[in-house]
Write a protein that binds this ligand. Structure first.
Ligand code: WT7
Length: 632
C-alpha cells in the first residue's frame, strides 16, 4: 500500500495534463483488484484487448508450481495480434517499423508491408523445412529483417533464439548447440561506428564448432564479399524472389502455452541458460505493461534504443509496440556516430515522443555536455524511460532536465529477461524519486526479504523476490527444468528469486541495489563470470581465471580478471592485450576485461569455490572481511 502521507525524500510530481489523459487505470484500484483476483483481472484484460482463435478454460493453472500456466487451452498466435488483426483497421497503412541505418539509410514498413514481408519469409522458412516447435537461431544487427525473421518464426510456430550481434564465436556456438537449431539467419555484416562487424565470418567460425545447422540464410546489409558455403548458405534476397515466398500464408493457431522464443542469459553459475517464453501470457503481459507504463497512443513515435538481441528489444522494440499497433523506431548504429548528437538528431527528425534507454547511454552522452542535445528541438518528447541497471540520481536529473526539459517524467523500469515485462516501475501518474524504480506494476507482489525469507523493515537491504505468478513470466529453462526450479524457486519456497538485492523505503518505494550473484552488468549488458572465465582458460597461456565486476563511472561495472598462467609463460603487457582480444573473439567485445592481473593463487573456500568477495575487496583496496573459510 502506498501511504497517503507526504512522501519522503526528493519527489518529482507528474504534470497534471499527462495524468489526466493517461492510458492506465487508477493505480491503487487496479493493484488492489489484482491482488484480490489476479486471474480474474488478467483474464478480463486478455479477453478485452486481444483476439483469440479459441477461448481458454483456465486463466491461471497453479496446480504444479513453479510450472505455472496461463490461459490454458486457449488458442492464439502473438503474430495474429501484432500484425494480422491491424490489417482490417485504418492501421493497415500506418508505419509499423521506422528504421534508420547508421549511414542514414531510411526505411519504413507499414503494417501492410511488414505483414507481407513476414508472410513471405515465413513461407520461405517452411520451404526450408522449419516446422512448428523447431528452433531457429537469428544472429543479426539492428536491421528490419531481424524483426521480419522473428515474426516469421512465430507465425509458423517455430521458436526463435536471437543471439545478440555483439556476441562472438564461442558465445554464438554455445547457444546454437544448446538450442539444436537446424536453420540460422544472419547478415553479411552490421554497421557500427563506421566499421563492419563481420557477422557472417563469425557465424562461419561458430558453425565449424556446431554441426547441427544445415541451412544459413544471409541478409545483405553491408555488401562486402563473404564466403557462401555451397549447399548450406543462401541469400535472403534470392529466396524472397522465388515462388516459395508466398505472400499470403495463414498464421498458425497455437496453444497459448506454445513456446515463442528462447533467450539465453547469464545466471549464477555455469553456462548461459535458455529462458523460455510462450505466446499467450507473454503477449498479454508485454502489451499491457507498455500501454500503461509508457502510455502509448496512436500518434506516438516510440523509440526503444535497445538491441533486439536482448529481452528489452524482444518485448519493447518488436512485440509490445506492434501488439499495440504503434510506430516503433529502430536505429542501427552507435549513439555517438558520426557525432555525439546522433540520438538527439534522430529524436528531432523523426519526432520521437517516447524515448526508452539505459543509464549507461545517458551517462555516456552526458559526458559530451549539454550543447549537443541543446542544438536540437526535443519538444516532441512526452515521456522518458530507463532500464538495465540502477540509474544514479545525477544521470536521472540530467536526463530529466536537459533531454526532457523538466516536462517529461522518467519511467525507471525494473525487470529481467526472465520476467518478460516490467515488474517494478512507475506509471505516468506516479510521483518519482530519482534513482528509485518506485512501485510494483499492478498485481505484482514484490518484496524484500532476509536470509530466512522474512520481509525486512523499511530501508533494510535484502533479497528482492516476487511472491505471485504473472502472465509473461518465464516458463522454464529450455531443456533443464530442474535448474529452473533450483535457480529461481528453491532459495525461498513459493517465492521467485530475482538475484537482485534491494531496499524498500518508508513509502513502499523500491531501490534496487544490484546483483547478489555472479552476474556482472557491463553497460547494462548482462554477462556471467563463468562464460568469461571459460574463455580465458580456453587460451593456452591460462591455467585458471576468476572474474569480478568493479565500479565504472560510465559502464556501471567493468570486468576485472585474475589469471594464473600456465607454468613457464611470461606475464607480459603484450599477453594482457592478447587475452583481452581472445575474450572479445570468443565471447564478444562487451566481455573484454578492462583489467587483467596475473596472480599465482586465487582465494578459495575449502570446497574449492572462488571467493569473489575477497577478490573484489582486493581490487578496490578494501578490507577483505571474514577470511575464516579461506583455504589458501
Ligand atoms: C537485471 C536483469 C530487463 C531489461 C534489461 C535487463 C538489472 C534491470 C533495472 C532497473 C536497477 C535494473 C537488475 C536485473 N536491472 N532494470 N530499472 N534498475 N536494476 O534484463 O539482462 O535480464 O538483466 O538488470 O540487476 O536483475 P537482463
Amino acid at each position: 500500500m502506498v501511504s497517503t502521507k507526504p512522501l519522503t525524500g526528493e519527489v518529482y510530481y507528474p504534470p497534471e495534463h499527462l495524468v489526466r489523459h493517461a492510458n492506465h487505470p487508477d493505480y491503487e484500484a487496479i493493484h488492489q483488484a489484482m491482488l484480490t483476483d489476479l486471474a480474474g483481472e488478467w483474464g478480463r484484460i486478455a479477453r478485452e484487448e486481444f483476439e483469440w482463435f479459441a477461448p481458454w478454460q483456465k486463466t491461471l493453472d497453479d496446480s504444479n508450481p513453479p510450472f505455472y500456466q496461463w490461459f490454458v487451452g486457449g488458442r492464439v498466435n502473438i503474430v495474429h495480434n501484432a500484425l494480422d488483426r491491424h490489417l482490417n483497421t485504418w492501421r493497415r497503412n500506418k508505419v509499423a517499423l521506422l528504421w534508420e541505418g547508421e549511414n542514414y539509410d531510411q526505411r519504413s514498413l507499414t503494417y501492410h508491408q511488414l505483414h507481407r514481408e513476414v508472410c513471405r519469409f515465413a513461407s520461405v522458412l517452411r520451404a526450408m523445412g522449419v516446422n512448428k516447435g523447431d528452433r531457429v537461431t537469428i544472429y543479426m544487427g539492428r536491421i528490419p529483417e531481424i524483426v521480419v525473421a522473428m515474426l516469421a518464426c512465430a507465425k509458423i510456430g517455430a521458436v526463435h533464439s536471437v543471439v545478440y550481434g555483439g556476441f562472438s564465436v564461442e558465445a554464438l556456438h554455445g547457444r546454437i548447440e544448446d538450442s539444436q537449431s537446424k536453420v540460422a539467419i544472419t547478415a553479411d555484416g552490421a554497421w557500427l561506428r563506421g566499421k563492419i562487424v563481420p557477422l557472417k565470418d563469425i557465424m562461419d567460425e561458430a558453425l565449424q564448432r556446431s554441426p547441427t545447422v544445415q541451412t544459413v540464410i544471409v541478409v545483405r546489409r553491408t555488401g562486402q564479399e563473404v564466403h557462401m558455403e555451397p549447399g548450406r548458405d543462401l541469400w535472403y534476397h534470392d529466396l524472397m524472389r522465388l515462388p516459395i515466398a508466398e505472400t499470403c500464408i495463414p498464421t498458425e493457431e497455437l496453444d497459448a502455452e506454445h513456446p515463442l522464443f528462447l533467450l539465453y542469459t547469464s545466471g549464477t553459475t555455469g553456462k548461459p541458460k535458455a529462458i523460455l517464453h510462450t505466446h499467450g501470457g507473454y503477449m498479454v503481459g508485454v502489451a499491457t505493461t507498455l500501454k500503461w507504463v509508457f502510455d502509448l497512443k496512436d500518434d506516438d513515435t516510440w523509440w526503444c534504443t535497445a538491441d533486439p538481441g536482448w529481452i528489452t528489444g524482444h518485448s519493447y522494440i518488436v512485440y509490445g509496440p506492434l501488439l499495440l499497433g504503434a510506430t516503433t523506431l529502430m536505429y542501427e548504429g552507435a549513439p555517438n556516430h558520426p557525432f555525439p548528437d546522433r540520438w538527439w538528431d534522430i529524436v528531432e527528425r523523426h519526432g520521437v515522443t517516447v524515448l526508452y534507454t539505459a543509464p549507461t547511454a545517458i551517462r555516456g552522452l552526458m559526458r559530451f555536455g549539454d550543447a549537443w542535445p541543446n542544438r536540437h528541438d526535443l519538444s516532441s518528447l512526452r515521456l522518458l524511460g530507463s532500464v538495465g541497471e540502477p540509474i544514479n540520481p545525477e544521470a536521472w536529473k540530467w536526463y530529466h532536465r536537459v533531454i526532457g526539459k523538466g516536462r517529461c517524467p522518467i519511467m525507471d523500469t525494473w525487470w529481467q529477461t526472465e520476467t518478460g515485462n516490467f515488474m517494478i516501475t512507475p506509471l505516468p501518474g506516479t510521483p518519482l524519486k530519482p534513482g528509485s524504480a518506485t512501485l510494483p506494476f499492478p498485481g505484482v507482489q514484490a518484496d524484500v526479504v532476509d536470509e530466512e525469507g522474512r520481509s525486512v523493515g523499511p530501508n533494510e537491504e535484502g533479497y528482492l523476490v516476487i511472491k505471485s505468478p504473472w502472465p509473461a513470466m518465464l516458463r522454464t529453462i529450455y531443456g533443464d527444468p530442474d535448474r529452473y526450479v533450483q535457480q529461481y524457486w528453491s532459495r525461498f519456497p513459493g517465492m521467485y528469486l530475482t538475484g537482485d538485492s534491494a531496499r524498500k523505503d518508508e513509502d513502499g518505494y523500491f531501490w534496487i541495489i544490484g546483483r547478489v550473484d555472479d552476474v556482472i552488468k557491463v553497460s547494462g549488458y548482462r554477462l556471467g563470470t563463468a562464460e568469461i572465465e571459460s574463455a580465458l582458460v580456453s587460451h593456452p597461456a591460462v591455467a585458471e581465471a576468476a572474474v569480478i565486476g568493479v565500479p565504472d563511472e560510465v559502464r556501471g561495472s567493468a570486468i576485472y580478471a585474475y589469471c594464473i598462467l600456465v607454468q613457464g609463460v611470461e606475464p607480459t603487457p603484450r599477453l594482457v592485450e592478447t587475452l583481452r582480444e581472445h575474450v572479445a573473439h570468443e565471447v564478444g567485445p562487451i566481455a573484454k576485461p578492462a583489467h587483467i592481473e596475473f596472480v599465482t593463487s586465487l582465494p578459495k573456500t575449502r570446497s574449492g569455490k572462488i571467493m569473489r568477495r575477497v577478490l573484489k575487496a582486493r581490487a578496490l583496496g578494501m578490507d577483505e572481511g571474514d577470511l575464516s573459510t579461506l583455504e589458501e
